[in-house]
Design a protein around this ligand. Structure first.
Ligand SMILES: [Zn+2]
Length: 245
């Protein structure tokens, strides 16, 4: 048996496992969707492998940008169902990954590397920028938001997801000190990351209800939370943050 298959089988909690046949926004058709356990990233379309987070983002993208084929897009990851979808449906896709030891603008294993806090793209390069579950891992997210705004064309939109919490204000869990060393303000919390072979990635903050204001403060003209209009199975719809330059 292959290692990914063994990993998938091991991750199934059989009492929580479920299957349904319903609309997948990424496939734009009815598909078999499975749930391996009670977690949004354990919900997958069997055809395109999108999680409920990716399904939510694509559903909002379809609502907001019907003419995707005329758009130049920058996505802050280099593989997976969202990249496949964007590649197939937009005019031009630019992808990147972040690696600690690689300078912004360089390549690593054929993948463009970018630090979102200091992108190397010229101003006004893209119609849309997208990311899923990235900014909670960026030490200076405000610098990252400002950079995304800079590389967007006027009227361009940034669509992204981060885990959102009910607290009024964003809670910083860690920060970089003046020597660029990580200082923990709260117990360290990590997320897995497929591009780093599931190495844990530190969560710098838990975003609260002030996320829209954080974007406005970096110069975006509007910032909203939008819910997908098509239902996501088992009510795992994610609010998508959209900010317009
Ligand atoms: Zn699908």
């Amino acid at each position: 048996m292959s290692r990914p298959l063994i990993r998938a089988l091991n991750s199934i909690k059989w009492r929580e496992a479920a299957m349904t046949y319903c609309y997948c926004p990424v496939c734009n058709a009815k598909r078999i969707i499975v749930r391996l356990h009670h977690n949004e990233i354990a919900v997958r379309c069997l055809t395109c492998r999108a999680t409920s987070v990716t399904m939510s983002l694509v559903a909002v993208l379809r609502q907001l940008v019907p003419d995707l084929s005329s758009k130049e897009i920058y996505e802050l990851s280099s593989r997976g169902p969202l990249v496949t979808f964007l590649n197939k449906n937009c005019k031009k896709l630019t992808c990147s990954e972040y690696f600690d030891a690689v300078a912004s603008g360089d390549s690593y294993n054929g993948i463009l590397c970018q630090d979102v806090q200091k992108l190397t793209f010229p101003d006004n390069s893209f119609d849309l920028c997208t990311s899923t579950e990235v900014f909670e891992h960026v030490p200076n997210d405000l610098a990252g938001f400002a950079e995304i705004r800079r590389v967007l064309r006027p009227g361009g939109t940034f669509l992204f997801t981060v885990p959102l919490f009910q607290s009024p204000a964003t809670v910083e869990r860690a920060r970089l000190d003046s020597n660029q060393q990580i200082a923990h303000l709260l117990p360290a919390h990590y997320h897995g990351d497929p591009i780093r072979e599931h190495q844990p990635v530190l969560v710098y903050r838990d975003y609260g209800k002030d996320i829209r204001q954080r974007l406005i403060n970096q110069g975006f003209s509007t910032a909203k939370l939008l819910n997908p209009s098509s239902p996501i199975p088992w009510h795992y719809a994610r609010a998508i943050i959209t900010a317009v330059k």
